[in-house]
Design a binder for this molecule. Structure first.
Ligand code: GDP
Ligand code: MG
Length: 166
């Protein structure tokens, strides 16, 4: 099995950290500053099961300038070119305009959307369960996987779930 997977989500949710974790080495640039990733970075994960090409995106957000508009277009165009979409969010029940915007974009996707509720190390378990319930209501996800990209919690499950949909 092999295929292309993209990581989408608002800036700072941990997309680059997750990709680095999954690949096992630092390739994408991570930073506390939004917009560190300005274009797509692709990395290849190889195991006995096959190959997964991860396409990192600059993140979807409300563009405030030309560079921002370009970055949003790069991310959105990626949806038509991949086999699986991973949407990363923070473990909160507050679903703001940014998330609603992404949900609308992903509602038209023709491929499975897997929601990764990242940063589970930073909240209590009940908050994670509440976040799962809240997100379930806004989009029909193929799977919802809580994980911590920083600590590596449940990141193996993300790989397993991706292979299920390739
Ligand atoms: P991106 O903009 O979505 O690519 O986000 P980054 O990967 O650059 O991460 C943004 C910030 O969130 C960095 O300070 C990361 O260390 C932090 N971060 C990422 N994943 C986690 C996580 O699982 N738990 C915690 N506590 N922090 C995280
Ligand atoms: Mg990034």
């Amino acid at each position: 099995k092999s295929g292309f997977v993209t990581l989408v989500g608002r800036p700072n949710v941990g997309k680059s950290t997750l990709m680095n974790r999954l690949i096992g080495q630092k390739i994408a640039i991570t930073s506390k500053k939004p917009q560190t990733t300005r274009n797509r970075i692709q990395t290849v994960y190889t195991s006995e099961k096959g190959q997964i090409v991860f396409v990192d995106t600059p993140g979807i957000h409300k563009a405030k300038n030309k560079l921002g508009e370009y970055m949003v277009r790069v991310a959105e165009r990626t949806f038509d070119e991949v086999d699986v979409i991973l949407w990363l969010v923070e473990p909160t029940t507050f679903i703001g305009a940014g998330e609603q915007h992404i949900a609308r974009q992903l509602a038209g996707a023709r491929v499975p959307v897997i929601l990764v509720i990242n940063k589970t190390d930073s909240v209590k378990k009940e908050e994670i369960l509440k976040a799962i319930d809240a997100y379930r209501k806004i989009l029909d996800f193929a799977e919802i996987v809580p994980a911590s990209a920083l600590k590596g919690d449940n990141t193996d499950t993300i790989i397993d779930v991706i292979y299920q949909y390739l």
